[in-house]
Write a protein that binds this ligand. Structure first.
Ligand code: URA
Length: 264
């Protein structure tokens, strides 16, 4: 293949989301034969071993999502601090996104500020730096925060997913489900006075609602009947739909008003 054709093929792969090399050698999967049928399972159960909370390497990250979710729940529940939670995520092998991501993107800002914002998932810039919302949409989010008198010293920011989905694709429902216990524990540990859910993925998953962001934004809702929660358009969406900035501004004013009341 000449270099021009190789470049075209590379661009095609990149645009399809294959932007990470995950092995040293390419594998021609079409040429592989199906594995031989596995032998029937043993009829006598092996001596019981303690449940493995952190699957160890191999292909176990791709195992049954329910098992991964249970493992995530057990790990997250055992965390008594944000440091513990970070360590637990670093040790967790139940989410295959970890294999393609460069860094864990845990959180940024001031967890004691009372205001917690939760986005969707890291993009390429966040993956590179290991901090949430540092790319183009992060710059807009910073300006939105500035409009209500806050910055990263007076707000805490994280995401539903702590690893970047390859090619910035949307997270799958299974990825959201597997990592949900971690973000739920994250919220418990930060114990914010107000939650701002940035975009449809965080809004639907944390409020357990099926409506889209257009229906969920614009009013105060509640997270677990405990924390007032407001859903806003994701800044990446606002960059594509600038006409929505008017509604976004109204949302910011509503958040600012509630913040003032909460601090009185
Ligand atoms: N989009 C998100 O939802 N989170 C980030 O951290 C960056 C972009």
């Amino acid at each position: 293949m000449d270099s021009g054709a190789a470049l075209v093929a590379l661009r095609w792969l990149f645009e399809a989301g294959a932007d990470e090399a995950i092995g040293d050698q390419p594998v021609a999967r079409y040429g592989l034969t199906a594995p031989a049928a596995s032998p029937p399972p043993p009829t006598i159960a092996p001596p019981s071993a303690p449940p493995r909370l952190v699957p160890a390497g191999g292909d176990t990250a791709l195992d049954d999502p329910e098992t991964a979710r249970n493992s995530a729940r057990a790990l997250a529940q055992g965390c008594q601090s944000l440091t513990d939670l970070r360590q637990a995520l670093l040790a967790f092998e139940g989410c295959s996104l970890k294999r393609t991501a460069k860094n864990l993107v845990f959180g940024d800002g001031n967890p004691a500020s009372g205001l917690m914002l939760i986005g969707e998932a890291p993009g390429a810039d966040e993956d590179r730096e290991g901090r949430p919302f540092v790319g183009v949409s992060g710059k807009l989010l910073d300006r939105m925060l500035q409009a209500i008198g806050r910055d990263r010293e007076s707000a805490y920011i994280t995401n539903m997913l702590t690893w970047r989905p390859p090619g910035n694709r949307r997270p799958t429902p299974a990825e959201v489900m597997i990592l949900l216990p971690f973000i739920e524990r994250h919220i418990e540990l930060v114990a914010p006075r107000l939650l701002v859910l940035v975009g449809g993925t965080a809004a639907a998953a944390l409020l357990d609602r099926s409506e889209g962001i257009t229906k969920l934004r614009g009013r105060w809702l509640s997270y677990r009947d405990r924390v007032p929660a407001y859903c806003i358009y994701h800044p990446a969406y606002l960059l594509r739909q600038p006409a929505l900035k008017r509604q976004a501004w109204q949302d910011l004013l509503a958040i600012q008003k509630r913040l003032r009341q909460a601090c009185e």
